[in-house]
Ligand binder design. Structure first.
Ligand code: NAP
Length: 202
């Protein structure tokens, strides 16, 4: 059975932190591929400062173009209205029932998991791989993992990744202040952002 990791996120914009997490998780859990899924209209965020989904999708495509086991899906950005992960998971499962899916989530997003729409169905479609930066409160994560398993039969795995301290927020702020974003994200992505002045001039 093929094992595929799903990296769901806003990716506003995608950067080396995301790509490194995907690479590390693939390696540690022996996954065959990683599928990046930029969010459409996130149900839990205001849309201020979020670049249009089609553009974030395009940036993610540029970022993965040199890695054959990375790909990007437009399933959520193509959707109109709010986008819920349960709909995405169901659709992926129906298209490829032969695949075992792993949803890769940051620790903060994992602690919010109980609030997901139709959370009681999620265990039918994937397990979770939860990425915590060193120093994160492990007890809190272990408690959340146990509770999700007991209440919703969700299987999750915790991994600490010595991260690169890059965030999309830092990149947007640096663009806005005309500071360089070179070496924080792939060159193709940087050039595309600057050419189109997406987050202000670098
Ligand atoms: P996000 O805003 O992209 O990420 C939240 C934080 O985690 C950001 O600081 C981000 O850094 C970081 N991050 C992103 N991907 C990570 C990863 N794989 N491991 C560790 N840290 C990571 O994403 P989100 O809004 O929390 O949503 C995550 C996923 O959950 C999405 O697929 C979303 O659709 C899903 N979700 C579903 C529902 C629902 O169905 N009801 C509700 C909430 C979330 P950067 O800022 O640098 O990216």
């Amino acid at each position: 059975m093929q094992k595929i990791g799903i990296m769901g996120g806003t990716f506003n914009p995608i950067h080396f932190g995301h790509l490194f997490i995907a690479e590390e998780v693939k390696d540690v859990y022996d996954l065959d591929e990683i599928l990046f899924i930029p969010t459409g209209t996130p149900p839990h965020k205001s849309n201020a400062n979020i670049l249009d989904g089609k553009i974030r999708y395009q940036l993610a495509k540029l970022a993965v173009q040199t890695t054959d086991y990375f790909s990007v899906s437009s399933i959520e950005v193509d959707r109109t209205g709010y986008s819920y992960s349960i709909d995405t998971l169901k659709s992926l499962h129906e298209d490829r029932p032969d695949v075992k899916w792993y949803f890769i989530l940051g620790a903060d997003a994992f602690l919010y998991l109980e609030k997901w729409k139709r959370i009681e169905e999620v265990h039918n479609y994937c397990e979770f791989i939860v990425v915590a930066r060193p120093g994160y409160n492990q007890n809190e994560l272990v408690c959340a993992k146990d509770k999700l398993n007991k209440n919703y039969s969700i299987e999750s795995h915790l991994i600490n990744i010595e991260g690169i301290n890059i965030s999309s927020t830092i990149i947007r702020k640096r663009c806005n202040k005309n500071r360089s974003i070179k070496y924080l994200l792939p060159e193709s992505v940087r050039e595309y952002i600057l050419k189109n002045s997406y987050y202000g001039d670098e």
